[in-house]
Design a binder for this molecule. Structure first.
Ligand code: GDP
Ligand code: IMO
Ligand code: MG
Length: 430
């Protein structure tokens, strides 16, 4: 049984917690896109871990794979490995593998990312500044550097020199920035190569061997469906396909290997960075949710914008990903609100639409149409079965299921691994 777990909104839905919890039932956990723009939080026995690159199965000591679709900053990866090792958590070549085909984030990618954002001023995207976009650009323009290059100095050194001829021209002439010294990059990446070589592998074959041996593989998405480069709120998106379909290309497996697709849905909506957000709440309720939900970016520490749940985007995510189950997270955060609004459509000119528009201009003139549900005041963080939830919380879940057309499989009522209501465990088919 192989499952893809992805975010349905604009990221930070709680993927890390859910993947860590479900990893107990799986044999292998695979990241397939994005890079260290992601920040996935796991809380185990009260201790918080934030993973940017290493899959969230690492704390359960499962074989973790960084697939070919990920762009990897080797320094960040080494820092994560060292951090985990320091805590006594195994993160060595036995349980962590990196695709030889994955592209590397180079120092100039970060510089270009930041210089571009600075130059754009108020028009900036609000990227994480980690060099993600420029790294994917080089992959698409066929000038990127892959891990397989890293371990072959004869390939690596000329590639760096060649790349920097163009990048330094761009950095110095267009941004008036300092050039990057190729020799220092060759030395730095040579040191990374020495440490990372044992991790570099043909991971597509490893995944296939696990599947053929009857093992369970979980594919861990990063970002969210509406940050997808094709289907998100372009240009306010990330630079990869974040949808479930990309689990196949980004890991090297066929679509017929995937049997479940779980979409993580935060019980309200958040967004970090710029871009359209129809149900954003800028007043008191938005602040209250932001504070109660501790909505600060796990990667950049930025305050997350907050708003009501938007089922227009959730329906879009259900279709784009082919969701088979919803995982509703942070339900506990809504406790204490007298009423809860849920967006069921957008008022656009003189009609109500329930399809997410592609154009930013159209989206800008959409106003959310709300249905108001009664809230609940009981603390639900200790609840472990659906029926033990307050009746208004159950009604809220049911209404989400109805509007989105996908049943809820898991409800999360706190950041801890055990603070979970498992309605249907995908690894234990009935
Ligand atoms: P990810 O990027 O999708 O993995 O999500 P993040 O880790 O960036 O953000 C989710 C935040 O919510 C983290 O701080 C989690 O510890 C926390 N979290 C996850 N699930 C729950 C939940 O059900 N209730 C509460 N209160 N916090 C949660
Ligand atoms: P996880 O996996 C939330 C956002 C950035 C910015 C846009 C482009 O933790 O859910 P990028 O650096 O990717 O070029 O930035 O995408 N973004 C995220 N927002 N969660 C994430 O990841 C994100 N990764 C990127 O804030 O708006
Ligand atoms: Mg996050």
């Amino acid at each position: 049984m192989n499952i893809v777990v992805i975010g349905t909104q604009w990221g930070d839905e709680g993927k890390g917690k859910i993947v860590d919890m479900l990893a107990a039932y799986s044999d292998m956990v695979v990241r397939f896109q994005g890079g260290n723009n992601a920040g996935h939080t796991m809380v185990v026995e009260g201790e918080q871990f934030i993973s940017h690159l290493i899959p969230s199965g690492i704390l359960q000591n499962k074989h973790c794979i960084i697939g070919n679709g990920v762009v990897v900053d080797p320094l960040v990866l080494l820092e994560e490995i060292d951090f985990l090792s320091g805590k006594g958590i195994p993160a060595g070549p036995k349980n962590l593998s990196i695709s030889e085909k994955a592209h590397m984030i180079m120092p100039w990618h970060k510089q270009i990312d930041l210089a571009r954002e600075n130059r754009k001023g108020s028009n900036k995207i609000g990227t994480t500044g980690r060099g993600i976009g420029p790294a994917y650009e080089d992959k698409a323009s066929r000038t990127g550097l892959r891990f397989i290059d890293l371990i072959d100095r004869d390939v690596f050194e000329p590639k760096i020199r060649e790349a920097l001829e163009e990048k330094n021209f761009y950095l110095t002439r267009y941004f008036s920035a300092e050039p990057v010294d190729p020799e220092s990059v060759i030395k730095m990446y040579g040191e990374y190569a020495g440490r990372l070589e044992p991790y570099i592998a043909d991971v597509s074959n490893m995944i296939h061997e696990t599947i053929e041996g009857g093992g369970h593989v979980m594919f861990e998405g990063a970002q969210g469906s509406h940050l997808d480069i094709d289907h998100g709120t372009y240009p306010f998106v990330t630079s990869s396909n974040t949808l479930a379909g990309n689990a196949c290309c980004g890991a090297g497996v066929g679509p017929n290997q995937i049997s479940e697709i779980f979409g993580i849905v935060k019980a309200y909506t958040t967004r970090v960075g710029r871009g359209p957000f129809p149900t954003e709440l800028t007043g008191e309720i938005g602040n209250r949710i932001q504070e109660k939900g501790a909505e600060f970016g796990a990667t950049t520490g930025r305050r997350r914008r907050c708003g009501w749940l938007d089922t227009v985007i959730l329906k879009n995510a259900a279709r784009l990903n082919g969701l088979t189950g919803l995982v509703i997270t942070k339900l506990d955060v809504l406790c204490g609100l007298e009423t809860i609004d849920i967006c069921t459509g957008y008022q656009y000119r003189d009609t109500v639409i329930d399809r997410f528009p592609a154009g930013l201009k159209q989206l800008d003139s959409c106003r959310p149409v709300y249905e108001t549900l009664p809230g609940w005041s009981e603390d639900i963080s200790a609840v472990r079965t659906l029926n033990a939830l307050p009746k208004n919380a159950i009604a809220y879940i049911k209404r989400i299921e109805e509007l989105v057309g996908v049943p809820a499989a898991i409800i999360s009522v706190g950041p801890g691994r055990e603070e979970t209501i498992m309605v249907r465990n995908p690894f234990n088919p009935v």
